[in-house]
Each structure stands twice: as C-alpha cells, then as structure tokens.
Design a protein around this ligand. Structure first.
Ligand code: NAD
Length: 280
C-alpha cells in the first residue's frame, strides 16, 4: 500500500461521491485530510467514518466558486497541521437544467459553469502552491473526466471545462515541476456515486447493466477506484509522473464503439424493442 503518513491533504467536494472515495483512500494511506465541501453535514458524517477507521480528518465549509472560501480553506490546512502537501481539486455540481450547445447555453450559464469547472481549479491551485513552495514539494490532482477527451452531444460547458482542466494540469506541471510540485489529472469514467445511484439507476437497473456492458472490464466505477488512483499519484512512487491525464475508466476510452460495428447495428435493428433499456 502507498504510504502518505504525515502528508497534509485537502479534498474539495470530499464529503461524498468521487471526493468521498478520495478522502477515505488518502486517509487510509496515512494522510491528514481536510474535507472542503459546501455540504458540511455530509462532510462531518464522512469525517466520522474516517476517524472510526483511525484516520486523521477535519472539515471546512467551502464553496469552490468563491475566491475567499478557497483562501480560507488553504489557511485552515495551515492552522490545523502547519503545511500543505496535497490538493485534490474535485468539487463540482452541475447547475440545474440542460446544458446544450453554443446556441442553447446562455451567457450566464457559461460564466457560472466555467467558474465552477475551471476557475475553481485555477484559484485552488493558485492559493495552494505558495504553501507547497515553503516545503519544496507538493502534489496537485485535478479531477477531470473522460469527457475531457471525448465529447457528448450538447454538453458544451462540461466538455470544454474538463478539457481545460487537462490543459491547466499540463501548464502547471511545467511551470512548477522544478520547484518540486507535481500536477496530474484523473479522468474518471462513469462512477456510481451515492447521488447517481439514487437519482439515475435506482429505478433503472437494466439501464445500468447496458452502461456496464460498454466497459471492457464489464463494470462501471466506484469512488474508491478514483481514490486509489489519487493515492498513487500523490505517493513518492509516482515522483516521475507529472502533467499526465490518467483515464480511470475500465478501458472505456481505448475501445472502438463496438455496439456500432456493422454486425451489432444489424442485431440492434432486428431487436430494437428489446434492446432499448433506457427509460423513455
Ligand atoms: N460520478 C461520475 O461518474 C464522474 C465521472 C467523471 C468525472 N467526475 C467528476 O468528479 C467530481 C465529483 O463528482 P461526483 O459525481 O462525485 O459528484 P457528487 O455530486 O456525488 O459529489 C460532489 C461533492 O462536491 C460538493 N460540491 C458541489 N459543489 C461544490 C462547491 N461549489 N464547492 C464545494 N463543494 C461542492 C458536494 O456537496 C458533494 O459533496 C466532479 O469534478 C465530476 O465532474 C464524476
């Protein structure tokens, strides 16, 4: 197991979902974890679980779309433990309603989404780096997505934002590598979080099965899959890895769309009624 004993880590959006998995896995590897989340109650529940598992953890209410909150978050890590070794920029919540393409996305929605997806990563890192420079080392992990490489229809702001996170990862890796700071991105495939389980798949198990079948490993992900990848990237064993965007996606992005191969198209056309598992 990778050893992060005595490392100080911040996980934004670390209360639940992907961030919850990252908080748990970093703490299990020995890191002191500050969960920075909008939802303080859920953050405290997760912190209690981590403490029961002998982890060292604190929480701070943070909105990553606020520069002031992000500065406060970094200050809290210093107050609690005197330094900062790891920052995981993970938090994001989609605004209500459909996104759309350039014609549908309003100017307000564009500003709001880019602030949540991109500006939060820039600002969190900007305030974290000075603290990392004090010790001459640090690791930043940005949570992008397979959508940072591949695009879905009418999802302009998410796809643009996640691709920008990959570009920013490379830029910061080049800018601060000589000062001991590594910056990497993780690009998760579909991760079945508490929220997604409840809101998307609970009443649609055949839809989830259809989704799982798209993955070469035959399953979708769980938050701990991303937590394990983050733990590795923050460990000394990854000291020669920087500026990388690591797909953690069960092989999703290396595969041709096999369901659209000629044979499969004929099969689907012949069996259309039984091959449409999504609810309509
Ligand atoms: N779940 C997936 O399938 C998946 C796939 C690829 C990438 N991702 C990325 O993983 C990250 C987490 O997504 P998730 O699915 O775990 O979401 P989630 O909704 O399950 O959890 C998000 C957490 O972030 C917190 N949060 C939301 N907005 C915040 C803000 N402005 N400031 C601080 N905290 C905030 C929430 O309170 C919650 O605890 C996102 O960057 C998302 O794009 C998720």
């Amino acid at each position: 197991m990778f050893d992060l004993t005595d490392r100080v880590a911040i996980v934004t959006g670390g209360a639940q979902g992907v961030g919850g998995g990252i908080s748990r896995m970093l703490a299990r590897a020995g890191a002191k974890v500050l969960i920075a989340d909008l939802d303080l109650e859920t953050a405290e529940d997760t912190a209690n679980q981590i403490s029961k598992d002998s982890g060292i953890v604190e929480c701070v209410e943070t909105d990553v779309t606020s520069y002031e909150d992000l500065k406060k978050m970094i200050g809290k890590a210093r107050d609690y433990w005197g330094k900062l070794d790891i920052l995981v920029n993970n938090a994001y919540a989609a605004a209500d309603g459909q996104q759309g393409g350039a014609l549908e996305v309003t100017e307000e929605r564009w500003e709001e989404d880019i602030r949540a997806l991109v500006t939060s990563v820039y600002a969190g890192s900007k305030y974290a780096i000075p603290l990392m420079l004090e010790t001459g080392s640090g690791s930043i992990v940005n949570i992008s997505s397979v959508h940072g490489f591949l695009v879905a229809r009418k999802a302009l702001t998410y796809e643009t934002g996640k691709a920008a996170v990959i570009a920013m990862t490379k830029q910061m890796a080049v800018d601060y590598g000589r000062q001991g700071i590594r910056v990497n991105a993780i690009c998760p495939g579909h991760i079945v979080t508490e929220r997604i389980k409840e809101s998307v798949w609970k009443d649609n198990p055949s839809g989830l099965k259809f989704f799982e079948d798209q993955y070469p490993v035959g399953r979708t992900g769980v938050p701990e899959d991303i937590g394990n990848a983050a733990t590795f990237l923050c460990s000394d064993e990854a000291s020669f890895i920087t500026g990388h965007a690591l797909p953690v996606d069960g092989g999703l992005t290396i595969q041709l769309q096999e369901n659209f191969g000629v044979q499969q198209v004929h099969y689907y056309m012949d069996n259309l009624d039984t091959q449409m598992p999504y609810k309509r």
